[in-house]
Design a protein around this ligand. Structure first.
Ligand code: R5P
Length: 295
C-alpha cells in the first residue's frame, strides 16, 4: 500500500523528517490566503494513503485548512486520509463548566472524525476523558506518550530531581524517573487565571544543591513553570531546567521564563518555532508502521 506525507509550509521540516523516517514521498499542501482571510488549499495527486501532517497550535486558523486539505486529498486519489497531528488542540474543554459553554472537545472530535480515517497525536491534553478513543470512537485515534523521548533527553549522571508541577504530570515524571532511576516530586496547582497559577511543591527542599528538571506536557504561557522555578530556586536548587512535550509559548513568554532563572528550556518539535529541539519523527514513524498505515 503506497503512502505519502503531506506537509504545510510552517512545519515543512518536521513533515519532511517524518517522510524520510518512513521512506515515503513528501508533498506540500499549497495554501493561498485571500485578502479577506479565506483560505484556498491545493494538493498534488495522492497515492492510496495520504498522511496529512500539521499541528493545531493556532487552531482556529489551521483547522479549516486541514479540513479542506483532507477533502482535496480524497478528491485527488486518496482512499485513506490519516491526520498526523503532533499537537492536538481543543481537548481540554470536555464539559460545559458554566451554563451555555460549548463542549469543544466533542465538537472538534466529531469534525475530525468526519474528515479522517484515522488520527495520530502526542500527549493530547485530556483531563477527565480517559482516552482519545472516547473522543473519536468511529476512527482509529491513537495517542502516543512523549515520556520515552523526554527521558532520552535527560542525563542522569548528575542525579537531577524530576519535578511534576501537578498531579497530572505524574504520567510523564514517574515513567521517566522509573526508567532513569531518578527521584521525583509532584506539586499541587491551582489555576487562578490564564496567566496566573498558585503552586505548592511541599517536597521542594529535596532540590537543595541539585539540578531540578521540571517536566510537563505543555508550556502554554509558561506561568506554571515560572512559579515552579521560583519555588525550586528558593528551596536551594543549583539550577532549574524545563522539559515539555509541547511548547506553545511566545518568544516573550520564553524570555520571561529565562529571566525567572530557568537555565534550559527544551520541548519536542511538535509545534513549529518555539524551542522544539527533540525531533519526534522516529516515534511517529514507528507508530505509523505498527498501525500498518504505511508499509
Ligand atoms: C495543565 O494542565 C498543563 O499540564 C500545563 O501545566 C499547563 O497547560 C501550562 O500552562 P501555562 O504554561 O500557561 O502555565
Amino acid at each position: 500500500m503506497t503512502c505519502a506525507v503531506y506537509g504545510f509550509p510552517e512545519q515543512a521540516e518536521a513533515s519532511l523528517r517524518l517522510a524520510r523516517s518512513l521512506g515515503a514521498a513528501h508533498f506540500m499542501v499549497e495554501v493561498h490566503s485571500f485578502p479577506d482571510g479565506e483560505s484556498l488549499v491545493r494538493v498534488d495527486t495522492s497515492p492510496d494513503t495520504a498522511l496529512l501532517y500539521r499541528s493545531l497550535d493556532h487552531p482556529n486558523a489551521k483547522m479549516i485548512e486541514v479540513l479542506l486539505a483532507a477533502a482535496a486529498l480524497r478528491d485527488n486519489g486518496a482512499a485513506r486520509v490519516i491526520f498526523i497531528v503532533p499537537y492536538l488542540a481543543y481537548m481540554r474543554q470536555d464539559a460545559a463548566f458554566r451554563a451555555g459553554e460549548a463542549v469543544s472537545q466533542r465538537v472538534i472530535g466529531k469534525l475530525l472524525a468526519g474528515s479522517f480515517d484515522a488520527l495520530l497525536t502526542l500527549d493530547p491534553h485530556l483531563h477527565r476523558t480517559r482516552s482519545l478513543a472516547t473522543v473519536m470512537p468511529d476512527i482509529a485515534a491513537v495517542a502516543l506518550s512523549a515520556a520515552p523521548a523526554l527521558g532520552e533527553a535527560i542525563d542522569e549522571s548528575d542525579d537531577p530531581l524530576l519535578v511534576g508541577p501537578d498531579g497530572e504530570a505524574r504520567q510523564w515524571v514517574e515513567r521517566i524517573a522509573d526508567r532513569k532511576r531518578l527521584e521525583f516530586v509532584l506539586g499541587r496547582k491551582l489555576r487562578v487565571g490564564d496567566r496566573e497559577v498558585r503552586l505548592d511543591i511541599s517536597d521542594a527542599e529535596r532540590a537543595r544543591g541539585r539540578k531540578a528538571i521540571v517536566v510537563d506536557d505543555l508550556i502554554s504561557t509558561g506561568a506554571t513553570l515560572k512559579v515552579a522555578a521560583r519555588l525550586l530556586l528558593q528551596a536551594g536548587a543549583s539550577s532549574v531546567e524545563v522539559l515539555a512535550t509541547h511548547c506553545l509559548a511566545s518568544a516573550a513568554d520564553l524570555e520571561a521564563l529565562r529571566a525567572a532563572g530557568v537555565d534550559r528550556i527544551r520541548a519536542t518539535d511538535s509545534v513549529p518555532g518555539a524551542v522544539g529541539i527533540l525531533p519526534i519523527a522516529a516515534v511517529l514513524a514507528d507508530a505509523i508502521r505498527k498501525q500498518g498505515w504505511c508499509l
